[in-house]
Design a protein around this ligand. Structure first.
Ligand SMILES: [Zn+2]
Length: 286
């Protein structure tokens, strides 16, 4: 059997025109060419697929989540992701979200996401303004999100680490809050995005070692720093997922990041697991 292709579980193709003017301006200013590139990508899945072909990437996860008050993304972000992925359902994995501070009928919303073909629910505490364990302090809708995703087998990806977006609250980026979630929802597949970088790698590693259903998505960590950030990466190699955060500023090139990772001094079997087989286990071909 030939090895499956490479999956990048974390790229940003989002409905950028929904961004609040101040946020859009912060993203555009001084980076006008990049902004135009982002819009061109979001308008045409073929442009993305061409780049994936050129870069030797089989599949990508399309990170989307509502953040109406801070970023401007409404629940339509889910429809956007699902429609976009229709261009190549095997290769484009749409992610979506439900906002625990704005949506009441959580179970229904999550069932809708599944019906639309959403493959992963994204939570972004610094952009959605709650800690990932806020249900322990009364945010019942957040518990309902975790419970329904656990019951229905929908993986949940949680942003950890800092964000420099205007308005982002970085105190909500600490991965330690996932300890509660993993204890209370033991069968939930939890993907910890960014491994708490650049501040909380020790906390992140502790959570990863303690809870077998928590996975690490390495996106946003410069590949050349990965083994410095996580010196014991090999110990959790079966639960690490390749991701880049492309085309966020600072992530120039999908392929260059991958090449830098593949050149690291890690066992080949671990590199194959991270880039190919682990993502396929979490996101099987449907
Ligand atoms: Zn991201």
């Amino acid at each position: 059997m030939t090895a499956p292709g490479i999956t990048d579980v974390h790229v940003h193709i989002q409905p950028w025109r929904q961004l609040k003017p101040a946020v859009a301006e912060a993203m555009r200013r001084g980076k006008e060419d990049h902004w135009d590139f982002l819009l061109a990508l979001m308008d045409d899945p073929k442009a993305l697929l061409e780049i994936m072909d050129r870069s030797g990437i089989w599949r990508v996860g399309l990170v989307n989540y509502p953040s109406p008050d801070l970023m401007g993304f409404t629940m339509d972000t889910n429809t956007f992701a699902a429609r976009y992925a229709e261009a190549a359902p095997e290769r484009l994995l749409p992610y979506g979200g439900v906002h625990p501070r704005f949506q009441g009928e959580i179970y229904g919303h999550i069932d809708d996401l599944l019906e639309m073909g959403i493959r992963c629910l994204k939570l972004h505490p610094p952009h959605q303004l709650f800690p990932a364990n806020a249900y322990t302090m009364g945010l019942e809708t957040l518990a309902a999100i975790y419970r329904r995703c656990e019951d229905r087998g929908l993986p949940v990806m949680v942003h950890t680490g800092t964000s420099v977006f205007p308005g982002a609250r970085n105190k909500f980026g600490n991965p330690m809050e996932l300890d509660d979630v993993a204890v209370d929802f033991p069968d939930l597949v939890l993907i910890m995005a960014h491994g708490g970088r650049p501040l909380w790698m020790d906390e992140a590693f502790f959570i990863l070692r303690r809870h077998r259903n928590v996975l690490l998505d390495v996106s946003g960590i410069p590949p050349l720093k990965l083994t410095e950030y996580f010196p014991r990466l090999v110990e959790i190699g079966e639960r690490v997922l390749w991701g880049t955060d492309w085309p966020s500023p600072g992530v120039r090139d999908l392929r260059q990041n991958l090449d830098q990772f593949l050149a690291l001094d890690l066992p080949e079997s671990v590199k194959t697991a991270i880039t190919r087989t682990n993502p396929l286990r979490v996101f099987p071909v449907q």
